[in-house]
Design a protein. Structure first.
Ligand SMILES: [Zn+2]
Length: 445
């Protein structure tokens, strides 16, 4: 059944950034334009809903551990708890993995966890995610949720085969595992798809494990390299030749340089299979950023990490921390930037993250990080929509509102691009639809 939604539309479509109305039939947008154009495009008498608010494309969180977040929610959140309680609880239990029971979660518990988490994220206008490190058990959890027809969050799951574990002790074992089933990156559909594999090049910045080009301190310590140059090169080459994408955790400049170099050697596969540089936030050299962007790598960046780590990095690195998370530089180099949160461990509220990317504010400090790397609200929204859609293999189906696209959209209380910057965080998401189906709705009827 066709329906017209009348409200200002922020389409994220460069050909037509703003519209007055949108028509949806089944799971698709069928018209976007002036109210008159939209009415003319659908049968006479099509029902209309007039909304108080602004319609945006559904957001895509390009780095969300959704199932783990759901398991944490099952552990800590009382039944029926709302979004604010979820945000507060995840913040309070930041350092806790959140599965205190002796037995690992059952498949039913995993399905329940996905259900709880997706409904909370729909309340933030999120209609799609990339889960950046999906274990075999988590893959089963997503698949079972999908099989039961209960997966309302469009999910791209990035297989994580832990190098050095008993199952995959070395790169040969990882390669054998990847070859074993015949599927590869991109397999699936708009509801559930297999993404690139997840690999770690270095460690975490606040643990002093980001692999830098200049030492952390006078001792000459450079950080932790988690995979040798040779192994990484071999794994990337295998993936490029066998239909697998690679998403590499690379925080420090030297790790990012290694990844950029190997991606540059991998050719067309980088764009085809959506290779990612994940985090990419601590002292990447301008040449490194240029090489990665030219190679077609996606910069998968998380304003949340710098929000949490900014003060600690200033304490450890002084002035060197000021340019952390250089979103402006990645964009100016022509890289596709996809925003995500690394939630639910890091802050995951997209209103807060967009505000961070614009203001460069960090937790616990009055002084923002260098504004040289600040971006606009429009750019932040693009990173959450068109950029993240590209990372999710969905640039032709999602990320913007245009006739023919999936009807993934949200009704916001106001236009994020016109409210005062400090009001961004107070916006509310009143309704969210995924494929034309309403998955969140607090509009007064
Ligand atoms: Zn993560």
């Amino acid at each position: 059944m066709t329906r017209i939604h009348v409200a200002p539309v922020l389409t994220m479509d460069p050909n037509r950034p703003r519209a007055e109305a949108m028509a949806v039939a089944g799971d698709r947008v069928v018209a976007v334009g002036t109210a008159a154009e939209v009415r003319a495009a659908v049968p006479a008498g099509t029902p209309e809903e007039t909304h108080d608010g602004v319609i945006l494309p559904g957001l895509i969180d390009a780095h969300l551990h959704m199932q783990r977040g759901g398991l944490k929610a099952l552990t800590y959140l009382p039944d029926g708890a709302g979004l604010d309680e979820f945000i507060e609880t995840m913040d309070r239990t930041f350092h806790d993995e959140g599965w205190p029971r002796a037995q690992p979660p059952t498949l039913d518990e995993r399905v329940e966890a996905v259900g709880v988490a997706q409904s909370l994220f729909h309340q933030l206008g999120v209609t799609g995610i990339v889960d950046p490190a999906t274990t075999v058990d988590e893959m089963r959890g997503y698949q079972e949720t999908h099989r039961r027809g209960e997966l309302t969050m469009r999910t791209v799951a990035m297989p994580y085969l832990e190098l050095g574990s008993t199952a995959t002790p070395d790169v040969d074992a990882v390669i054998a595992h990847l070859e074993g089933t015949g599927v590869s990156t991109g397999f699936g559909d708009d509801e559930l798809r297999i993404g690139p594999i997840k690999v770690y090049a270095d460690g975490e910045a606040l643990k002093g494990q980001a692999l830098l080009e200049r030492p952390w301190d006078e001792s000459g310590y450079l950080g932790l390299q988690r995979i040798s140059d040779e192994d990484f090169a071999r794994l990337v080459r295998f993936c490029a030749e066998h239909g697998w994408g690679v998403g590499t955790h690379a925080v420090g400049g030297a790790a990012i340089a290694l990844v950029a170099r190997e991606y540059a050697a991998a050719g067309d596969a980088v764009a085809q299979r959506r290779f990612q540089i994940i985090h990419g936030y601590l002292e990447p050299a301008p040449e490194t950023i240029a090489i990665a962007a030219r190679a077609g790598a996606i910069a998968s960046l998380q304003p949340s990490i710098i929000w949490h780590n900014g003060a600690g990095l200033r304490a450890a690195l002084g002035e060197r921390a000021e340019h952390a998370n250089p979103v402006r530089s990645w964009l100016d180099a022509g890289a596709v930037v996809a925003f995500g949160s690394d939630g639910p461990f890091f802050a995951f509220d997209p209103r807060h993250l967009m505000w961070q990317a614009v203001t460069r504010r960090v937790r616990g400090e009055d002084r923002p990080l260098s504004l040289d790397e600040a971006i606009t609200v429009e750019e932040a929204l693009a990173a959450y929509t068109t950029g993240a859609a590209y990372a999710a293999f969905a640039e032709s189906t999602r990320g913007l509102l245009r006739a023919g696209r999936l009807a993934d959209w949200a009704l916001w209380s106001d236009d994020p691009t016109t409210v005062a910057t400090d009001e961004l965080r107070a916006l509310r998401v009143l309704r969210t639809d995924v494929g034309g189906r309403t998955v969140h709705d607090v509009t007064a009827r």
